[in-house]
Write a protein that binds this ligand. Structure first.
Ligand SMILES: Nc1nc2c(c(=O)[nH]1)N[C@H]1C(S)=C(S)[C@@H](COP(=O)(O)O)O[C@H]1N2
Ligand SMILES: [Mo]
Length: 402
């Protein structure tokens, strides 16, 4: 939109609308004879994006390419659903190549009837579907010690949002007959890492999905094809991909992923265990670092907010470095445990400033600053960073992580 001011923008929009109506109501449209018609490409069996579109996941450089992560380019996306091809990835042992016909899910342990399910059998359970985000608890780990990531992709790209569909885990567990003393469920993946995590049984009986579909089609291999757990609101690592085994037990197992990993060392030397829930968070995706430098005038600030505890109820935005905050517009439908799009009109006067967003969720929780988080969790945290993200807008219009 460049440097046009807001009034100009609306006037132009009005011209556009009246111009269009004039054309449709008998104004002069170009006739077929005026243009050279070129035959386009034929229909295709499976779609691909335009060759002019080039945005990509950013892959963390690593000596171990099968134990790394790729990050969603959030600043480049609109709406709230992440295209499957751009969903972030985190794998500990690479992406296995699994034949769905041969794949089985074993349910055993504290159940009356240990059972093995094929995918066809799982599809016979009643369907459950929901749009929700999945976020790695390592998202934003570099921001703990100060501004870290170069852009939104590197600060927040380990969250993505999809429509997931499958069977309700509760239905499948009930089919096996849950023993009265069962309290925990161990989930194991069929990948090289045999990723294993324990989940409280209460959560499993509440809203966990045995997902076989994502955004309408089969899961992508990198998202766990042919079957994964989808544990709404919990850190991503609990949503075990390539799921092959569920074991019910009376207590947690404290696997490697629950002791040496996915715990949070506190200032007093103790560790937060089972810190499952992803707390409320938000980020301004536009303007943000890496975009074209801003020109003064009207801009629409855009961003995403989400909370693992339920709905986002309010997002405030500051454009003056925190002196004042304004309520942004939330674009519906606002779903629980789902990315929520917010926007706020802004006129930039060309002076250096700082912009940031602050998310509230339906539990009354308000997204904290980095200082507040560090005061509580100390200097040794890696996971669960959800601090307010501040962007510095320099006088020349360049935006950077501050
Ligand atoms: N079997 C298996 N499941 C797994 C993982 C894994 O490495 N192996 N990674 C976990 C982690 S750490 C996260 S954040 C999410 C990532 O899911 P995604 O790759 O679909 O985004 O999957 C989880 N499930
Ligand atoms: Mo993760």
């Amino acid at each position: 939109m460049g440097s046009i001011n807001r009034r100009h923008f609306f006037r132009r929009a009005q011209h556009f609308v009246t111009g269009l109506a004039g054309g449709m109501l008998g104004g002069t449209l170009p006739s077929a004879a005026d243009t050279t018609l070129v035959q386009g490409a034929p229909a295709s069996g499976y779609g691909a994006r335009s060759r002019f579109e080039t945005i990509k996941r950013w892959i963390t450089p690593s000596r171990y390419p099968t134990a790394t992560a790729s990050w969603t380019p959030l600043a480049e996306l609109e709406g709230v659903v992440t295209p499957s091809a751009l969903h972030y990835e985190r794998h500990h042992g690479g992406v296995p190549d699994i034949d769905p016909q041969a794949h089985r899910l074993l349910v055993h342990g504290r159940v009356a009837r240990p059972l093995e399910f094929t995918l066809d059998e799982l599809r016979r359970f009643p369907l459950v579907q929901r749009v929700c985000f999945l976020e790695c608890s390592g998202n934003g780990y570099r921001e703990w010690s100060g501004p870290g990531g170069a852009d939104v992709q590197q600060t927040h790209g380990l969250t993505s949002c999809s429509e997931w569909a499958g069977a309700r885990l509760a239905d499948v567990l009930h089919e096996c007959g849950i023993e009265p003393d069962a309290r925990w469920v161990l989930a194991e993946g069929a990948d090289g890492a045999a990723m294993t995590r324990a989940i409280p049984l209460d959560k499993c009986l509440d809203d966990v999905i045995l997902a076989y579909a994502q955004n309408g089609e089969a899961l992508r291999p990198e998202q766990g094809y042919p079957l994964r757990l989808l544990v709404p609101g919990f850190e991503g690592s609990i949503s075990v991909k390539w799921l092959r085994r569920l074991k019910l037990g009376t207590q947690a197992w404290r696997t490697r992923e629950e002791t040496s990993k996915y715990t949070d060392l506190l200032p007093d030397g103790s560790a937060r265990e089972f810190s499952f829930v992803m707390e409320a968070k938000s980020v301004i995706t536009r303007p943000s670092p890496g975009g074209a430098p801003l020109t003064s005038g009207f801009h629409e600030i855009r961003g995403l907010a989400w909370s693992g505890r339920g709905r986002v109820t309010r997002v405030e935005v500051t454009t003056d470095g925190g002196r004042s905050w304004q309520d942004a517009r939330l674009h519906g439908p606002v779903l629980p445990i789902c990315h929520t799009r917010f926007t706020l009109p802004w006129r930039w006067d060309g002076a250096a400033t700082r912009i940031a967003s602050r998310c509230h969720d339906e539990t009354g929780y308000v997204q904290p600053t980095r200082e507040v988080l560090r005061a509580v969790r100390g200097d040794h945290s890696f996971y669960h960073y959800n601090g307010i993200q501040c962007w510095q807008v320099d006088g020349d219009g360049r935006v950077r992580n501050a």
